[in-house]
Ligand binder design. Structure first.
Ligand code: ZN
Length: 288
């Protein structure tokens, strides 16, 4: 297992971590100042500044991506909605390509409308089959242009609104069905926040192997958790055995970045961005 205690060369910052404090261009400057060489930006943050400007800025700072957030949200209540999701995923793939991302992260979606509090249907099996078809279709284009897709299984508490793929096993079953040759175009983004509780986690990480492990996300699980989405903790402040999970991931062959991704309405989004980034670096040394 790699030693992360000496420097932060393997740290990536998911830019949602400081999205309330700064725009993406400022985030990139602040990362560069701290010798953070890798980030994972969100589409809305990129769009707010302009993708050409961001591409140029990344290049001039020699900052790479560990992923691009995000594609997915495939299910819809009619064919028009399905087509709109497909078109949007193609766009996301093109943007990821333009920014030289190593993968596009997929939050696959679930019951359409549930995120807005108005689920248009209740059939989660239908949502799963629309997700399967949506990934299959996106994969055709992703293979053409050479952009790996990383399915991110989300914690089951997100099963209605954000993702009906909730275990690493389910995500890998889809990878096996759609990419049996293990071409490297389809894999998973493993986030300790979503997966730490899973009794099959170690086994499924071994099953994934190097060619299916496309991204590794870290933060911590606070007790109690006060908000289903935006109460993630800083590494070391919660109950996840992050180093143990990283050990499993690395034993399976993963040798890329560990991406800090913290959504924190009640704490970190209210602190100065400088303090948040400095703390991410310190905790990456001590607790990842
Ligand atoms: Zn994540």
């Amino acid at each position: 297992m790699r030693d992360f205690t000496k420097d932060h060369q393997w740290l990536s910052i998911n830019t949602a971590t400081v999205k309330k404090q700064w725009s993406l261009d400022k985030i990139i400057d602040e990362c560069a100042k701290r010798n953070i060489r890798v980030i994972s930006p969100w589409r809305d943050q990129v769009a707010a500044v302009g993708i050409d400007k961001i591409a140029k800025q990344l290049k001039s700072h020699s900052i790479q991506l560990s992923g691009y957030c995000r594609g997915g949200f495939y299910p819809a209540s009619d064919s028009k909605g399905i087509q709109a999701a497909h078109d949007d995923n193609r766009l996301a793939i093109d943007e990821a390509k333009k920014l030289n991302a190593p993968c596009l992260v997929l939050v696959v979606g679930s019951l359409p409308g549930a995120l807005q509090g108005r689920a248009q249907y209740k059939d989660v099996e239908l949502a799963r089959s629309q997700v399967f078809d949506g990934i299959a279709k996106a994969l055709e284009y992703a293979v053409q242009v050479g952009m790996p897709l990383a399915i991110e299984p989300l914690h089951p508490m997100q099963a209605a609104e954000r993702a009906c793929i909730n275990t690493t096993e389910h995500a890998l079953d889809i990878c096996d069905a759609l990419d049996p040759q293990r071409t490297g175009h389809l894999g998973i983004a493993l986030d300790v926040y979503h997966t730490w509780w899973d009794p099959k986690l170690k086994q499924q990480i071994q099953r994934a192997g190097k060619d299916r492990l496309l991204a590794f996300h870290v933060c911590d699980w606070l007790t109690p958790t006060r908000d289903l989405l935006n109460d993630r903790g800083m590494m070391g402040d919660g109950i996840i055995e992050i180093q143990k999970i990283r050990g499993w991931v690395e034993a399976a062959g993963y040798d890329q970045f560990s991406e800090v991704e913290i959504f924190s309405d009640l704490n970190w989004w209210n602190k100065p961005g400088e303090e948040v980034l400095d703390t991410c670096i310190a905790r990456h040394l001590s607790s990842v």
